[in-house]
Design a protein around this ligand. Sequence first.
Ligand code: ADQ
Length: 483
Amino acid sequence: MNQIFTDDALTRSIRHNVLKATPRSDVSTRTIIVSNRVPTPSEKAATAGGLAVALADAVRPGTIWFGWSGKRADETSKVANITVHDDVTYATIDIAEQDYYKFYAGFSNAALWPLFHFRTGLLRFNRPDYEAYRTVNRAFAEALVPLLKPDDLIWIHDYQLMTMAAELRALGVTNRIGFFLHIPFVPPALLQVLPAANEIVAGLSACDVVGFQTAGDCKAFLDSAELLLNAHPDAEGRYYHDNRMIHAVVTPIGIDAQKFSQLARRAEVTADARRLRESLGERALVLGVDRLDYSKGLPQRFDAFGRLLYTYPQHRRRVNFLQIAARSRQEVGSYQTLRRELDRKAGDINGEFSDFDWVPLRYMTHAVRRSAIAGFYRRAQIGLVTPLRDGMNLVAKEYVAAQDEQDPGVLVLSRFAGAADELTEALIVNPFDADEVAEAIHLGLTMGLEERRERHEALLAKVRYSNASRYCEAFLGYLKDPN
Ligand code: ADQ
């Protein structure tokens, strides 16, 4: 059976890096990571290759990782289930079936996700969903409190848990609390579309540190705090609310570039990479790798590829576009609609341009092993990363890290991905303009070796610098520092 892809970019970043950033010597201060989903050690062993190795390298003793077990039950657990593995404590709770759907598919993914990706037309708000969101955030807080020691640092992750800090404060927790938002934040004019906008901003303002991927997201949040809470942020992003100081910071997420480059080099000799190479022959590969999500701009990307074949007939029969779009959140209606739209567009393009021995667009909707993806990136002349909005987009960074430095491919990157703030040597495009994206693909396919190397060298230096450990150190640095 095809594997269905879950939101595990976040999980993976935490697993590989956040835990690693907790210094061994710092025995009095524990870091408590809170995320919606926590894979248990046994699950990890079963689902991820090389995980034992990754854990041995990444996990620091003493850390607690708290969140949902992945199980739906009759009732939400009041007490966390504890598993200790390699001196790391995994503390998980089950969520009541009746709350889960409204919390996750409802308010989190049918209201917050579309809104924060600037898609107000897709926003579905209703009060029972929002109530369930509050209930689940409260349940997280209640189950975490008994585990806390006074000096623990609490680091909450992402949009599913935006009101949890406020619940912790209501329960009397005085620990330092940090929150990092992995997705974009919207300017106040958009945020106010959400009936619960004030509670969301107030919920985040119960933290000591609130972190964002880009300066634009951070500014949008501060503007919202100013408008909705009457806060007065200073130039450093600090403001007071309820007699406490909140610091809004920018700590962009990154990957372990060194490890990913190695993975890509090794992947070149695997059976998957060989099969892909053989299937392509001499043809160039344009590659897209995403969760099947409307924020990723897949219909627009398919259109752009169609425009490439139409406007630049010299690429016909000489190029293949492979789009790996792993299904996710299929319980949300807009994701089902997207899938049907892509099926149709893929059929249209292949119907129009295919030959008896060449099919231009290959499109698959199941997840592919990480090692295989790394090898595919390395084979691709073009990495096509064109979200309509994205917090960071780690695929862009992975593509850069995976390239052969002597003969690198070209990254075509949406200006609306957080990664575009850093990766300015990519070919930056507006994903809404199919002709502009087609031109960029053409430019990339015909770019000389020298320019490709120059661009790649600059990009790689940035991906290596702004890496996962730096992200964790930067955030935890702010969280530890009360000034
Ligand atoms: P995502 O929206 O999931 O993450 P992204 O940052 O691109 O997006 O991460 C996707 C990860 O999943 C990458 O590691 C990629 O290799 C992998 N992946 C994607 N498609 C896959 C597929 N078809 N099969 C297998 N693996 C696949 C959220 C935010 C982002 C933010 C991250 C981290 O939406 O903006 O960058 O969190 O903060």
